[in-house]
Design a protein around this ligand. Structure first.
Ligand code: PBG
Length: 331
């Protein structure tokens, strides 16, 4: 060979050298911990398919958030298990609803914590769909009727102290509707983190146990996206940007890193990715059998999500990852 052989391994020889040339970093402040608020006091009910995840009454939820904050996590994403469900999901916009109460308690005890409120109806409707059904058949979710309710839910959550509103329902036009409602209610400072690209995914299975939100009939394919569609995902994101989204999210994360990278190239907004319940459950289940090293695969997953373009990551492993980082974790 008449030229010096390229040696990729030169910069991999020592941990310090690898650290110097590492392209992507993960920090605890980029992680957001999802939490589930339920009625009662002193309740911490374990979710079977998600070891380490609980349904928390407000008092225990505040304690869990404080623990996460102490570990370095700066944000929580709140879901609610209401006392009552009805056809419309009206508990979602009750100013004394479960998430509203959790927000007020967190605002009081932890003003520096970033409190992100999920906006959707599947936890609140008795049929488990993400909006109101269209009569007379009641087999389809009515887009525009749902927008009006999302707007009410958003205003109620913002008034209760949500720092960010995160619509996950996948109705068309919801970002514009929620933005207009927030502005009209004097909440123009509250940003919208849109679940812009959300697929009809089997990876949400464990979440539906945690949030008690499985649909009682059918599925969500008429509003969530087809996993086969990447160009459509870019159109979804472009619409949300036009409508005024402040942060765009991709969900689930690992099976859709190509789309996260696509968003990173096209838009300059901050990007989020949701490392969802099934992605977490897979790691935990394999680790329980001794088939995978949980710490390693969690950190590898999160770094990969960052590398693809995410600024923030919603993950049930947020506290574990933050503690590993604080203990000096490096690949
Ligand atoms: C509500 C919502 C879901 C998730 C977040 N918000 C469930 C769904 O769409 O069925 C899933 C999160 C996870 O799996 O961790 N619509």
């Amino acid at each position: 060979m008449g030229f010096p052989a390229t040696r990729m391994r030169r910069l991999r020889r020592t941990a310090t050298l690898r650290g110097m040339v590492r392209e992507t970093r993960l920090a605890a402040e980029q992680l957001v911990l999802p939490l589930f608020a339920c009625p009662g006091e002193g309740v911490a009910r374990a979710v079977g398919s998600m070891p380490g995840v609980y349904q928390h009454s407000v008092d225990r939820l505040v304690a869990a958030a404080a623990e996460a904050f102490a570990a370095g996590v700066r944000g929580v994403l709140l879901f609610g298990l209401p006392e009552r469900k009805d056809a419309e999901g009206s508990a979602a916009w009750d100013d004394d609803g479960i998430v509203q109460r959790a927000l007020r308690a967190l605002a009081r005890e932890m003003p520096d914590l970033v409190k992100i409120a999920d906006l959707c109806f599947c936890e609140y409707t008795d049929h488990g769909h993400c909006g109101v059904l269209r009569p007379p058949g009641n087999t389809e979710v009515d887009n525009d009727a749902t927008l009006a309710n999302l707007a009410r839910q958003a205003v109620s959550l913002a008034k209760a102290g949500a720092d960010v509103i995160a619509p996950s329902d996948m109705m068309d036009g919801r970002v514009a509707a929620v933005r207009a409602a927030l502005d009209a209610a004097g909440q123009s400072e509250v940003p919208i983190l849109s679940y812009a690209i959300k697929f009809a995914s089997g990876f949400y299975g464990p979440f539906r146990e945690a949030a008690e939100s499985a649909p009682s009939f059918g599925d969500r394919r008429a509003y969530q996206m087809d996993p086969a569609n990447g160009r459509e995902a870019m159109r979804e994101a472009a619409l949300d940007v036009e409508e005024g989204a402040d942060i765009l999210m991709v969900k689930p994360a690992l099976p859709y890193l190509d789309l996260l990278a696509g968003l990173r190239r096209r838009f300059d907004l901050p990007l989020a990715a949701y490392h969802v319940s099934g992605e977490y459950a897979m790691l935990k289940a394999a680790a329980e059998r001794g088939w995978l090293d949980y710490d390693r695969v969690l950190m590898e997953s999160l770094v990969a999500i960052r590398r693809a373009g995410a600024d923030l990551i919603m993950t049930y492993g947020a506290v574990d990852a933050a503690r590993l980082l604080a203990a000096g974790w490096r690949e």
